[in-house]
Design a binder for this molecule. Structure first.
Ligand code: GAR
Length: 193
């Protein structure tokens, strides 16, 4: 049976768009039932709109604490008929209720457990990789638990760090790896489920 996923975003939504297109093309056996953003006006919402994916902006002014936000998010996700959650550039803490353990995935732009944790996202990750002199980096798709960037790893992919890399060139190379890694990890997760 085709599973129905909610994709949670805070920014540009390249993963949302790619995964949404693969689903619509029948290349990923998944339906995207909701795009939930904690930020209003982000490009991810426009991309969801263009793909006909229902959108919801939750707590844009940050009135809720993490528990309150998470409760509202899981309620909306369940109401949308989703039973799987994909975090895709989502930058708010999500407190996963017990009933959802093992059903929330995240992609992170480093080889976890290196360069993860609070404040370690997007360009901060790539800057830290360059500062440390790493010669290899990559991305990790993992199951989300209640610690930042921490749960069991589903899949990792690597790419080189080149001598003249800037944050932008490295971020672009890692994203090229991420593009296929997330759908491949989802396929593997669905096959194992
Ligand atoms: C991706 O590179 C993803 O790995 C990263 O944010 C970007 C989202 O891109 N996630 C994190 O850093 C999470 N800690 P997108 O919004 O264009 O899909």
């Amino acid at each position: 049976m085709t599973r129905r996923a909610a994709i949670l975003v805070s920014g540009t939504g390249r993963h949302l768009e790619h995964i949404g297109r693969l689903c619509q093309a029948g290349e990923l056996d998944l339906e995207v039932g909701l795009c939930l953003s904690n930020k209003p006006g982000v490009l991810a919402l426009e991309r969801a709109e263009a793909l006909g994916i229902p959108q919801l902006v939750l707590d844009p002014e940050r009135n809720l604490n993490d528990a309150g936000f998470s409760h509202a998010a899981f309620t909306a996700i369940q109401d949308a008929g989703c039973d799987l959650i994909l975090l895709a550039g989502f930058l708010r803490m999500l407190v996963v209720p017990r009933a959802w353990n093992g059903r929330v995935l995240n992609i992170h732009p480093s080889l976890l457990p290196a360069f993860g944790g609070k404040g370690c996202w997007g360009h901060h990750v790539h800057q830290a990789v360059l500062d440390r002199g790493c010669q290899v980096t990559g991305c990790t798709v993992h199951v989300v638990d209640n610690q930042y960037d921490h749960g069991p790893i589903v899949l990792q992919r690597t790419c080189p760090v080149e001598p003249n890399d800037t944050v932008d060139t490295l971020a672009a190379r890692v994203f090229e790896v991420e593009r296929d890694a997330y759908p491949d990890a989802i396929r593997q997760y669905l096959a194992d489920a």
